[in-house]
Design a protein around this ligand. Structure first.
Ligand code: MCA
Ligand code: AMP
Length: 505
């Protein structure tokens, strides 16, 4: 018996003629089309020498073909490695060098820069896939056979590696197995009551857990359909909402949609479920959404390393400001961050989780992996929380120095390292400041040398091209020194307090 997620997906589709994806422009892919193309991709990859366990790194624009490539990679028994399209060449160099993929797939427009880099890093093939299904990989797939027997995989074999930034600055590849992905998606299909009659509005990127695994795997395992938009655009989402039964988004989606007078009860009368996650949803947004649409947004909590851990209930009270209950099969506890002692109900501490959803470790980083697990197998999330008397989990803060901007994680250390390397900079502190649109806005405080002529514009210009745009500070300030405690540690809380009204509307 194979535990390949692709085999599981195929086995659950009873009606291959049914639509799986429809794009905003009306391009339609049935399940039969999807499987045929996935298998063409698998044949094309095998012909390129891809073997089970090889990595296939993919940095392409969102399209049905891009999602189907993910299926083709796992069908071939290889490991899918999606990369944010915002990553710069400098960032890609690290990921490709670390993961050593056999194949890199990129947008046609970046091939001329990426192909030499991939070659330098020892990658066997660099191919292209464009947003309309064009490119050299697509040519190979079109010429390949649609018949392919999915490669047998064991439950713990890897299906994907997703890089997450680290507090020390170096990104870590979270290794996710076929069972990690299938167990979580099957649980969510049941918990959120997805059936083949559902239509999901999909406006998330597909290079992160939320859009790739939570949204897409659920739809595939339910045999349902999705309307697939290339990115979040409030106007386009409002246009499509009357056609769907569900939407998943980061809080910024809901904040932006609320700004439109077109968002009404009538517009969403066919929707049965709105899900939010990846960042905290403000209780005010939850309340405003209910007042305007009659729907209580269902908030859930997950991580790249764990997929989804908790969810507010489908039936029952969806409590604003909480992330609900541990999902079936997931054990969650609150522990003292230092000693690991398990804390009593109501006490605030480190959220730790264990279950079939929890990843296999960080790619080629056994020490880092070991450091983030307790001896009894619980994963230390880095999120601080508590469990209330009704069993709801609350996230009250982060034990890790992390900023979440519009659902994307930014590790201050990575930005500080780039800033500190600029001529004239003595040191810097990068903080997240409350932001009405992105939740938190990346903000830099810099101490420069007395004679340095640096200003905000010069810093931003120097960082452009070094870091993905979403990591760039929205504002830069200069201080004579950074506030420190008696241990010499920078007191970022004081800086956050000083700038708390910076982005207020
Ligand atoms: C774009 N920009 C951003 C962000 N996105 N800056 C900060 N934070 C961002 N998230 C930059 C753009 O490059 C642009 O820069 C400027 O900000 C304004 O762009 P705008 O048009 O407003 O942005 P957008 O293209 O509309 O994107 C905003 C967005 C998008 C729709 C919120 O960021 C998004 O789709 N976020 C979802 C992320 C996500 O899927 N996270 C899930 C991770 P310039 O003007 O200089 O060009 S998975 C996860 O976290 C776990 C597992 C979980 O629990 O789900
Ligand atoms: P990532 O590593 O990119 O997958 O981001 C995971 C982090 O996002 C978690 O560790 C949390 O800090 C945060 N997160 C995800 N969902 C929520 C939520 N509903 N509320 C608050 N934080 C969340």
């Amino acid at each position: 018996m194979s535990d390949n997620l692709y085999t599981l997906i195929r086995s659950r589709i009873q009606d291959p003629a049914k639509t799986f994806i429809e794009t905003g422009e009306g391009r339609v892919f049935s399940y039969a089309d999807t499987f045929a193309l996935a298998q063409r991709f698998a044949n094309a990859l095998v012909a390129l020498g891809v073997q089970p366990g090889d990595r296939v790194a993919v940095q392409v624009d969102k399209s049905p073909e891009a999602l189907i490539l993910y299926l083709g990679v796992i069908a071939a028994g290889a490991i899918y490695l999606p990369l944010n399209v915002g990553y710069t060449l400098a960032e890609l160099e690290y990921f490709i060098g670390d993961a050593e993929p056999r194949v890199v797939v990129c947008r046609p427009s970046v091939e001329k820069d990426l192909a030499p880099l991939a070659q330098k890093l020892g990658v066997a093939h660099c191919l292209t896939l464009g947003s309309k299904g064009e490119g050299s990989l697509m040519d190979k797939a079109n010429a390949a056979s649609p018949d392919f027997q999915a490669v047998a995989r064991q439950a713990d074999d890897l299906a994907a590696i997703l890089y997450t930034s680290g507090t020390t600055g170096r990104s870590k590849g979270a290794m996710l197995s076929h069972r990690n992905l299938s167990s979580n998606a099957l649980t969510l299909v049941d918990y959120w009551r997805f059936t083949r009659d559902d239509v999901l509005l999909h406006a998330l990127p597909i290079f992160h857990t939320h859009g790739l695994f939570v949204a897409s795997n659920i739809i595939l395992l339910a045999g349902a359909a999705m309307i697939f938009l290339p990115k979040f655009d409030a106007e386009e989402v409002l246009k499509q909402l009357p056609r769907v039964t569900s939407m998943m988004g980061v809080p910024t989606f809901y904040v932006r949609l609320l700004q439109s007078p077109d968002l009404t009860r009538d517009l969403v009368k066919h929707v049965r479920l709105f899900v939010s996650g990846s960042a905290p949803l403000l209780a005010d947004t939850h309340k405003e959404w209910e007042a305007r649409t009659g729907h209580r947004i269902l908030e859930r909590y997950g991580m790249t390393e764990t997929n989804m851990n908790t969810s507010n209930p489908y039936d029952g009270d969806r409590v604003a400001g909480t992330v609900g209950f541990p999902l079936p099969g997931v054990s969650l506890r609150i522990a003292d961050p230092e000693s690991g002692k398990i804390l009593a109900q109501g006490e605030i501490g480190m959220i730790e989780v264990k279950g079939p959803n929890v990843f296999q470790g960080y790619w080629r980083m056994p020490e880092k992996t070991a450091a983030e697990f307790r001896p009894d197998g619980f994963f230390i999330t880095g999120d601080l929380g508590k469990i209330d008397e009704r069993g709801y989990v609350h996230i009250v803060g982060r034990g890790k120095d992390l900023i979440i901007s519009g659902g994307y994680n930014v590790y201050p250390k990575e930005v500080e390292t780039e800033i500190d390397a600029l001529p004239g900079v003595i040191e810097s502190a990068v903080i997240g400041v409350q932001h009405p649109d992105f939740g938190e806005g990346v903000t830099a405080v810099i101490v420069k040398q007395k004679d340095a002529s640096l200003d905000e514009a010069a810093v931003l210009k120097a960082l452009d091209g070094r870091l993905a745009k979403f990591k760039l500070p929205k504002r830069v300030f200069f201080h004579d020194d950074l506030p420190r405690n008696t241990m010499g540690k920078v007191q970022k809380n004081l800086l956050r307090e000083q700038y708390k009204d910076l982005y207020k509307r």
